[in-house]
Design a protein around this ligand. Sequence first.
Ligand SMILES: O=c1ccn([C@H]2C[C@H](O)[C@@H](CO)O2)c(=O)[nH]1
Ligand SMILES: [Zn+2]
Length: 135
Amino acid sequence: MNQEELIQQAKEIRQRAYTPYSKFPVGAALVTDDGTLFTGCNIENAAYPVTCCAERVAIFKAISEGHTKFKELAVVADTKRPVPPCGSCRQVMSEFFTPKMKIHTSNLHGDIRTMTMEELLPFSFGAMDLTHEDE
Ligand SMILES: O=c1ccn([C@H]2C[C@H](O)[C@@H](CO)O2)c(=O)[nH]1
Ligand SMILES: [Zn+2]
């Protein structure tokens, strides 16, 4: 699946977003190392912080189905510049994505900005940091 197809998948799942509060639908499409596709949309809640972003829905769907290695992620929203994933999603991405993994951010005007995981979240906190130096 190429970048355009992945973005198209993200656009399509975006239509399923549940966004009565923000009215800001987002779609995400994630490909695993074996080529399996997982999509996600944002799902909001009357208790606003309970909301889950499109990116995390796609990642959690994949993880819960036993996939742990990923190739590419695309995110689409109706924004002026390609939509920048929020900090919480960046942290979740960094748990599962390699530093060189490609993330395509885009909008409905066809603007695309592709970056790597390490560009999107440099100096990230991870599992290694939970270990003390003398252990
Ligand atoms: O990259 C992003 C940015 C925001 N949102 C959602 C969260 C909330 O439902 C709405 C407004 O922030 O958009 C995402 O799903 N992904
Ligand atoms: Zn997010």
